[in-house]
Design a protein around this ligand. Structure first.
Ligand code: C2O
Length: 605
């Protein structure tokens, strides 16, 4: 995708918050950006819609920085919605005020308002991303964050010849036409999926929450904002990645889709995975990647196939049974350049002439949990790990869906006239509306939250049973946090439940990266499963897939004071309350304490 350098300038002006860092590390830079959140007319699939963008771009501008740099992003809200921006995967050490989730670390930027996010990138390298953290605005308000090694240091692999960013997302409108791929060939079946968002995603989720129903699924998936060749009226807009024979390319994948975990592959090429979630990993080869929303994966791909055009394609991994989902396939094209730098063939012509269609990758079936699990299990830390310990808090959190009965006199749109919901440890997270949790904590505002999030489920049951008693389907709605001292070691078992339906839940923890010690299926049983913990080289991630009908165990040190949202990165689940908050207290002295709130922190009323 193209770089936006328009609003980007770097400077060495005095900036108190990073002055210490600055002196320690004379090569660090401060990057200034202006993000104007605004309604923008965007044409996709032959229709023009007004969507919310940053600076008129979809996907939004890429932020480029080096490990150790600081960022100052002035966000100006010219849209009609409240907005906040989250810097997904940036640790925000001591700067929780810049983390972004609405009513957790800040009140939203109201229409007409602005807020300047100031934060540092400390010991992180690779691909991260930013996105809106209000309602469903992140559908179109998102972009990549690329963190290069410090000046004078390099990648822990041979320098690639070329770099590409690949942002996987949802399209916002249009007609989805379903092509079925048969033995590496395309046969047109022209069956419209019927589901398409003819309104903006904020309205889609608002209506769903009002009625209790499942929100509409998106109409199309996208690669760098373009649906690709398999939809009606989309061919001219397909994303093309130029490659040159023999060269090694670094592809940085981000799954920015709202509700779709995605398989992605490139015809005729295998990939070497080198990083995930902004952390280097032990290299491994793969022909298919799987990314859950929130996750990033960096791969090396050598252009060693015969010169030509090759499809990159992505479609959903859908682990829930009997559900509707966006089952379309998005494509981009890898186009080899000839020795003079001219494209091997203009892709539009290649596609128009069906006798010379580019080769198509073979993607796993939508419900291929084995493929998804096998891929996720291959990640290992690149460097030996000294695991934090001993564990101060052994936590066991259920993660799953639920149903409320419909209040008398109301008509509800959930299954059999109910209301869909979701919870952790039977608490469905209610987002505050009067103050952010972090401000309420520090200023002593009463009745915004309670610090009694349970360490274990209130009732133990067979979490993954075929049928869980109906009595356990209705969670409590509340704003509960789990409070810990600075420096505590937390080990969290996240246990999926089969209430209503079991499903893979990509769980994201703000403000931290955590070691994934193990994942598995069924009910977690410490006596049996502790033997499977990887205590040698567990991967460090910010988003982990809790396998469908299974569990994941993660461990981290609470060394970052603040209020940190933990949630499922499937946007519908988060909207239903699949979230909680870790409240981490200040430690001793300035270096272990939250910085004071910025003067321009958006007011709450
Ligand atoms: Cu990328 Cu709270 O999210």
């Amino acid at each position: 995708m193209e770089m936006d350098l328009k609003n980007h300038r770097s400077s060495s002006v005095f900036f108190p918050a990073v002055v210490l860092l600055w002196l320690r590390c004379a090569t660090a830079e401060i990057h200034f950006h202006e993000f104007v959140v605004q309604a923008t007319a965007v044409k996709r699939l032959c229709e023009t819609r007004s969507i919310i963008t940053v600076n008129g771009q979809y996907p939004g501008p890429t932020i480029e920085a080096r490990n150790g740099d600081a960022l100052v992003v002035d966000v100006v809200n010219r849209a009609k919605y409240n907005v906040t921006i989250h810097w997904h995967g940036i640790r925000q050490l001591r700067t929780a005020w810049a983390d972004g989730p609405e009513f957790v670390t800040q009140c939203p930027i109201r229409p007409g308002g602005s807020y300047t996010y100031r934060f540092r990138i400390e010991e992180q390298e690779g691909t991260l991303w930013w996105h809106a953290h209000s309602s469903w605005l992140r559908a179109t308000v998102h972009g990549a964050i690329v963190v290069y090694p410090k000046l004078g240091s390099s990648y822990p692999f041979l320098n690639p010849d070329r770099e590409h960013r690949v942002i996987l997302g949802n399209s916002v409108n249009g007609f989805a036409i379903n092509f079925q791929i048969v033995s590496n060939w395309l046969k047109l079946t022209w069956s419209s999926t019927g589901e398409w968002w003819n309104e903006d995603p904020v309205r889609v989720i608002e209506r769903a929450l009002r009625t209790g129903a499942d929100p509409n699924v998106s109409d199309a998936l996208t690669i760098n904002g373009q649906p690709g060749d398999l939809y009606k009226c989309s061919r001219k807009e397909t994303t093309v990645f130029p490659v040159r024979s023999g060269e090694t390319n670094l592809f940085r994948f981000v799954n920015a889709a709202l509700n779709s975990e995605l398989f992605v592959g490139v015809a005729g090429h295998s990939m070497t995975v080198v990083a995930a979630d902004g952390v280097y990993v032990k290299h491994f080869n793969a022909t298919i990647l799987m990314l859950a929303p929130g996750q990033t994966t960096d791969v090396l791909l050598t252009a060693d196939s015969p010169a030509g055009c090759y499809y990159m394609a992505a479609h959903a991994y859908e682990s829930a049974r009997d559900t509707t989902f966006d089952n379309t396939t998005t494509t981009a094209i890898l186009n080899y350049l000839d020795p003079n730098g001219y494209p091997y063939a203009p892709p539009a012509k290649v596609v128009a002439n069906r006798t010379r269609l580019p080769a198509f990758p073979v993607l796993p079936d939508f419900n291929d949990t084995c493929a998804a699990y096998a891929f996720a299990s291959r990640f290992r830390s690149a460097v030996p790990v000294t695991l934090p310990g001993p564990v101060d808090h052994h936590l066991f959190f259920t993660v799953g869906l639920g149903l409320f009965d419909c209040p008398a006199g109301k008509v509800c749109g959930g299954p059999n006239g109910t209301i869909l919901t979701a919870s952790m440890n039977n608490v469905s997270f209610q987002t505050p509306t009067r103050a952010s949790i972090l401000e309420a904590y520090l200023r002593g505002v009463p009745a915004v939250f309670t610090a009694d999030f349970p360490a274990v489920p209130p009732v133990r049951f067979n979490y993954t049973a075929e049928s869980v008693s109906r009595d356990l389907w209705q969670p409590t709605v509340a704003t509960k946090v789990y409070q810990v001292k600075y420096g505590s070691v937390l080990e969290v078992v996240m246990q999926g439940t089969s209430i209503l339906t079991s499903e893979d839940h990509p769980m994201h923890i703000h403000g931290y990266h955590f070691y994934v010690l193990a994942t598995g299926f069924g009910n977690f049983d410490r006596r049996r499963d502790a033997a499977r913990f990887n205590l040698v080289d567990p991967p460090l991630r910010n988003t982990v897939g809790v396998p469908v009908n299974g569990w994941a165990v993660v461990r981290f040190v609470a060394d970052n004071p603040g209020a940190w949202l933990v949630h499922c990165h499937l946007e519908d689940h988060m909207s239903w309350g699949l979230a909680m908050v870790f409240l981490v207290e200040n430690g001793v002295g300035e270096s272990q304490s939250l910085e004071p709130p910025p003067a321009d922190l958006p007011p709450c009323v």
